[in-house]
Write a protein that binds this ligand. Sequence first.
Ligand SMILES: *[C@@H]1O[C@H](CO)[C@@H](O)[C@H](O)[C@H]1NC(C)=O
Ligand SMILES: *[C@@H]1O[C@H](CO)[C@@H](O)[C@H](O)[C@H]1NC(C)=O
Ligand SMILES: *[C@@H]1O[C@H](CO)[C@@H](O)[C@H](O)[C@H]1NC(C)=O
Ligand SMILES: *[C@@H]1O[C@H](CO)[C@@H](O)[C@H](O)[C@H]1NC(C)=O
Ligand SMILES: *[C@@H]1O[C@H](CO)[C@@H](O)[C@H](O)[C@H]1NC(C)=O
Ligand SMILES: *[C@@H]1O[C@H](CO)[C@@H](O)[C@H](O)[C@H]1NC(C)=O
Length: 435
Amino acid sequence: MASVSRDHILFRFSCLLLLIGSSHSLRDTLLHGQQLKHGQELVSANGVFRLGFFSSAFTEKSYVGIWYNKSPHEKPVWVANRNTPIFNNSGILALHGNLKILQSGGDPIVLTSVRGARKTSATLLDSGNFVLHEHNLEGSIKQVLWQSFDHPTDTILPGMKLGNDHKTGINRSLTSWRSDRSPASGSFTLCMDLINGTTQFVIWWNGNIHWTTKLPELSLNEDYKFRYISSENETYLSYSLNKDISKIFPMLTLSASGDLLDHDNYSVVSCANIPFYASSGCVQHMLPECRISHNSFVHQMGFMSREGLIFSENDNLSLADCEAKCTSDCSCVAYASKDIDGTGCEYWSSKSSFKESTLDGWRDVYILESKEWTWWRWVMIFIGGTLLKFLLCTPYFIWKRSKAKEKWKAKEKCERKGHHKFSSTSYLPIIGFFR
Ligand SMILES: *[C@@H]1O[C@H](CO)[C@@H](O)[C@H](O)[C@H]1NC(C)=O
Ligand SMILES: *[C@@H]1O[C@H](CO)[C@@H](O)[C@H](O)[C@H]1NC(C)=O
Ligand SMILES: *[C@@H]1O[C@H](CO)[C@@H](O)[C@H](O)[C@H]1NC(C)=O
Ligand SMILES: *[C@@H]1O[C@H](CO)[C@@H](O)[C@H](O)[C@H]1NC(C)=O
Ligand SMILES: *[C@@H]1O[C@H](CO)[C@@H](O)[C@H](O)[C@H]1NC(C)=O
Ligand SMILES: *[C@@H]1O[C@H](CO)[C@@H](O)[C@H](O)[C@H]1NC(C)=O
C-alpha cells in the first residue's frame, strides 16, 4: 500500500518535471529582462518555428536565425545580424526595451531601435514572425513596435508582405545571401519598384536590372495563392497556401545566384547560367566579342596553380559576380571563390594550370570550356567507346563464330547422313550479327 502511494507520488513528480521541462524548452516569448544564450531556443506556440543562434561550419561566425522547426532544411528563413556576426559562441540575445545581441569583448548589436519603450516582450509566432510588443502598465499588449516580417532576409514566408507601407515608409525587399555558406548581404535584391511608370517586381544585380515582371504576371504552381494590394496606405504582394505549412515548409528564397526558389528548390525565376541572354523577364547583358561563341564554365574540384593568377578580390563579391567579371575579361579562363565560405573572387589566365583532385584543400573551380577541347572530347569518347566495345566483344564473337562453324560442320555431317538434328535458324542470328 505504502509502495503504491510512493510510486504515485514519484509519477506525479516526474510529470511535473516533464511539464516544467517542456514549458521551458517550448517557450515562445522572451520577457523584459530575459536572455537567450547560444544553444538555447525559442519555439513558437504550436512548434512550427524556432529561433536561436547558429554558427557557420566554415567560419567561426555566429548569427541569430529562425527556422521551420521540423524542416530538413538547415538554412534559416530569417537572420537577425547577417552583416554583423559574432565571432565566437559568446552571443546572448537580450531584451531590455530593445532586442540586442550581447557579446563578450564587443559592443552589443542593437536589432530594434525603438525609442521610449519601457515594458516589452518578444514572441515568436507560428507564422515565423518574431514580434516585439509594448505592454501597458497592467501587462496587456499595447502595440507592435517591431516585427521580423518588416525586415526580411532572403526568404518570403506565407503572410509576409513584399512592398511598401506608405505611412511608415517601410520598404520590404529580399537580399540574397552572399553564398550558400554566408548569410551576409549578397549581390541580388528582389523588390517592388517603379519601372518606366509601372509598378514591377524587379531583381537587381549590383544596381542593374537582372529580371523584371509586371505584378499580375507572376505565376507559380497552384499551391501558391498570390495577393497584390495597392491602396493609399500600402502597396505589396503576399501569398498564402491552402495546405498545412507545418508539414510542407513553404518559402520563396532569393538564392545567392539570383534565382527565386520555392521550398523544393524548384526555380520559379531563373536567369542562372544564361545571364547574358534574354529569357522570360531576364535582362540581356552585353557580352564581349571573345565570349560570344563560348562562355560556359564547367565546375571542377581540385587545385589551381598560383601561376597565372590575374586577380584576387577579398571583398563582398559572390560567385555570380566572379563569373560575370571573368566573362567580361577576355584573358580570364577560370575563376573561384576566394574564401572557404564562398565569398570573394580569384581569376586565372591561360598561363595557369589545374589539377583535378579531392585531396585535402581542394576547391571548387570554374573553368572555361574551350570549344576545341569539347570537339576533341567527343571524338575521344567516340573512338574510345568503339575501341572498348571492339576489345570486349571480339573474343565473344570469335568464340561464337567457332561454335557456329562446328555446328555448321555437324549439320552438314547430319544432313549428309539424312538426320535433321539442328535447325539452321537457331544460329542464323549470330551470323546475321557479323554481317
Ligand atoms: C569571443 O571573442 C571576443 C573577441 O572577439 C573575446 O574577447 C572573447 O573572450 C571571446 N569569448 C569566448 C567565450 O571565446
Ligand atoms: C525599395 O527598396 C529597393 C531596394 O532597397 C529600392 O530599389 C526601391 O526603389 C524601393 N522602393 C521604394 C518605393 O522606395
Ligand atoms: C560591396 O562593396 C562595395 C564597395 O566597398 C559597395 O559599393 C557595394 O555596395 C557592396 N555590395 C554589397 C552587396 O554589400
Ligand atoms: C523602360 O523603357 C525604355 C525605353 O522605352 C526601354 O528601353 C527599357 O527596356 C524599359 N525598361 C524596362 C525594365 O522595361
Ligand atoms: C488607410 O489608413 C487609414 C488610417 O489608418 C484607414 O482609416 C483607412 O481605411 C486605410 N485605407 C485603406 C484602403 O485600407
Ligand atoms: C535545397 O538546397 C539546399 C542548398 O543547396 C539544400 O541544403 C537543401 O537540402 C535542398 N532542399 C531540398 C528540398 O532539396
